[in-house]
Design a protein around this ligand. Structure first.
Ligand code: ADP
Length: 692
């Protein structure tokens, strides 16, 4: 197992800070540069990214509004534009009328379908068009004599005495001073004259004398006279129908009186008669009839609304700005009207829109436009009405004071849910990105540390090899010089010097062989010569070569081999090197146990050779690594021994080239056991590279 990252970092820093040479300084600078580049190119962008991502996530709530708002504002624009169009068209139509000197207060339908009344006021604020105010210039009371004569006349008429009745009406007219009452009495007289077929001119006289007057019910006497005359004539000749039609046209062209329904009532009556006549077969233009009926209805409604709204005029005038151009709109209190005021020179034009109808039209248009966006709903509300759940986008109607259009989310709960989900996804993605970055950083740091470690290990290797070379060379030189200078006590001593020289030379050549083999194996250039060999012979021979150094270390050697080991195809030299390396390690690291055992056994198709010691043992976390290039345990007891870290690597290469495996396990009671596991099946070597 690798020591924890923190330890390795600490070790690295400790190494980096132990500045001893220019090499160390260079290393330090290189590492500093690495840290700077790493921080600048990876840590800083990742941190910035995480910061901004998290910062924008916290704005999630407003971002939905921001999301909705362009569409909502677009919708508001459209709705308000449609609303403005109604008024723009109205204002343009009024302009056209004024420019052409046409009455701007008649034919309201053509101005706007929503206008219910209009008033033309002169500079003094008096209504001049389209209706006039009633004039009560004859407040006369009937005298008792007049009343009596009139009652007698009615009774005579009911009794069938028409001539007498006519005379009584005439006398009543003479009895009274009031022209209006005179007119009323004379009208009855004319009716009876007509019925009796006497004095054809009575109607004409009444119209001439009293025509302009109005009776007590507000009817113009001339209108009633003409109506009676024409109705009576209609029964007799086509001229009557013509007279009725003329009467209607006169009445339609006349200025009607506010609060009174004389003209429209007479006109309606005449029109009804004409329709009856037409049904009876008279030649009357049906189009004219329909057209006239329509405009009569409209004008009648206008008269009704004008009377209804008349009282509001002073308030509207006083509340309106003294504007010279343009149109001012206002809506007063509970009034059903939306008022539009504009100046025409010194005069003033007042229009009353049906506010409820207008608002309904606006609401429908808002709904229709909002239907195009499933996320939004629109409504027209009074400005002081309570708001529903936000977000609500609102815009006041410029020309309908007190009202506004509101656009809000169609389904706020769904919006909320979508907002929550989006924020959650965003946070998840950010966390994932951060986690990936952190992992990436960790992996990179680890990789860099490994590379640094590998570089260090290689440097150590070079130092270790030189160190290992020096000691046999020194020994050989010392012994050689002793012989050369004849510093030898006796033959036994001489013999010992020669033995030492041979032993050190062997050690030297073993070391050089190891290094050369290792580099050949690394390059894949190592060749094996496989032959059938007797494993017992191989093991004995190799053990005998190592025996002197084992004994010199004061260790006992036990070799336990069965007699029946089968012949095996191997490269004898290479397998000898495997055993030698394992034995030399057992001497180095197992000396404290004073015991080495070499055992062999075969089971099934494999031969297993064990080399055991009772020395320092191998920590569990080192067991996988000791077979790696240059690896040496950090254990100080290991570090005290000389070594290069390639011995076990070579062992592994060779064993694997034979199709076998090498493993390490603890010796029961302490120490190390290496197990070489070789298949017995004869085979060609695995090729040049043990990795293959
Ligand atoms: P070297 O012995 O030159 O350090 P090796 O490749 O032979 O290199 O061994 C690698 C490491 O394995 C040693 O440094 C040591 O830590 C460990 N090792 C090998 N053999 C033994 C053993 N018999 N007992 C304890 N540790 C061992």
């Amino acid at each position: 197992m690798t020591p924890p990252l923190s330890h390795r970092l600490a070790r690295l820093v400790a190494r980096l800070l132990r500045v001893r040479s220019s090499y160390d300084v260079r290393q330090l600078l290189r590492a500093g540069r690495l840290v700077a580049v790493f921080g600048l190119l990876i840590i800083a962008p990742v941190a910035l990214l995480a910061y901004f991502a998290l910062a924008t996530t916290s704005e999630g709530s407003t971002s939905i509004e921001a999301d909705l708002s362009p569409r909502a504002l677009g919708l508001l624009d459209q709705i308000v534009e449609e609303q403005a169009e109604i008024f723009n068209q109205f204002e343009a139509a009024v302009d056209r009328r004024l420019l052409r000197n046409q009455s701007p207060v008649n034919g309201l339908d053509e101005l706007s379908p929503h206008i219910i009344a209009a008033f033309y006021l002169d500079g003094a604020g008096t209504i001049t068009d389209p209706f006039e105010l009633p004039i009560r210039d004859d407040p006369a009371e009937a005298t008792p004599a007049f009343e009596r004569l009139m009652q007698q006349a009615v009774r005579s008429e009911q009794g069938g005495e028409l001539e007498r009745a006519a005379q009584l009406y005439h006398r009543a007219a003479q009895e009274i001073d009031s022209p209006r009452l005179q007119g009323e009495a004379r009208l009855h007289q004319a009716r009876l004259h007509s019925a009796l077929g006497v004095n054809e001119n009575t109607y004409a006289d009444v119209i001439g004398d009293y025509g302009a007057l109005r009776d007590s019910r507000g009817f113009r006497i001339a209108d009633i006279a003409r109506l009676n005359q024409a109705e009576e004539a209609a029964g007799r000749s086509p001229d009557g129908a013509l007279a009725l039609r003329e009467l209607v046209e006169v009445l339609m062209g006349a200025r009607w009186v506010l609060f009174e329904g004389g003209e429209p009532t007479v006109a309606r009556r005449a029109l009804t008669r004409l329709e009856e006549l037409r049904r009876g077969g008279a030649a009357i233009d049906p189009d004219w009839l329909a057209r006239t009926r329509r405009s009569l209805d409209r004008r009648d409604a206008q008269l009704y609304w004008s009377g209804f709204l008349f009282d509001e005029i002073p308030e509207v005038l006083s509340a309106s700005p003294r504007l010279e151009t343009g149109t001012a709109y206002q809506s007063t209190g509970e009034s059903p009207a939306l008022w539009a005021l504009r100046r025409a020179g010194r005069d003033t034009l007042l229009y009353a829109f049906n506010r409820a109808q207008l608002l309904e039209t606006m609401a429908r248009s808002a709904e229709r436009l909002a239907d195009l966006d499933a996320d939004l709903v629109a409504a027209v509300e009074p400005q002081d009405a309570e708001l529903s759940a936000p977000p609500v986008f609102r815009r006041a109607f410029e020309r309908i004071p007190g009202f506004e259009v509101r656009v809000s989310a169609a389904d706020p709960a769904a919006l909320q849910e979508a907002r929550r989900r989006r924020a959650a996804t965003r946070i998840a993605i950010i966390l994932l990105a951060i986690a990936t970055s952190v992992i990436g950083i960790g992996v990179t740091v680890r990789y860099v540390l490994n590379e640094l470690e590998a570089a260090r290990v290689k440097t150590d290797f070079a130092a270790n090899v030189s160190h290992e070379l020096r000691s046999p060379i020194t020994q050989i030189r010392l012994k050689g010089e002793a012989l050369q200078l004849d510093l030898i006590r006796d033959d036994e001593d001489r013999r010992a010097q020669y033995d030492a020289i041979v032993r050190e030379a062997e050690r030297l050549s073993r070391l050089v062989d190891n290094v050369l083999d290792f580099s050949a194996m690394e390059r894949g250039a190592k060749r094996y010569t496989m032959r059938p060999e007797d494993p017992v012979d191989l093991i004995y021979t190799t053990v005998e070569i190592s025996r002197p150094s084992i004994e010199q270390a004061g260790m006992t050697l036990e070799v336990d081999l069965p007699d029946d080991l089968p012949v095996i195809w191997i490269d004898r030299d290479a397998l000898g090197q495997v055993l030698t390396n394992l034995l030399s390690n057992a001497v180095k690291y197992g000396a404290s146990g004073k015991w080495i055992a070499v055992e062999a056994a075969h089971n099934g198709g494999a031969l297993e050779v064990r080399v055991r010691d009772r020395g320092i043992g191998i920590a569990a976390e080192d067991r996988d690594k000791i077979f790696e290039d240059f690896y040496r345990s950090a254990d100080p007891r290991v570090r005290r021994c000389k070594g290069t870290g390639i011995g076990l690597t070579i062992v592994r290469y060779i064993v694997e080239a034979h199709g076998g495996r090498i493993r390490v396990e603890p010796t029961p009671g302490g120490g190390t056991t290496f197990v070489v596991h070789l298949p017995l099946t004869a085979r060609e070597p695995g090729g040049a590279s043990p990795h293959a």
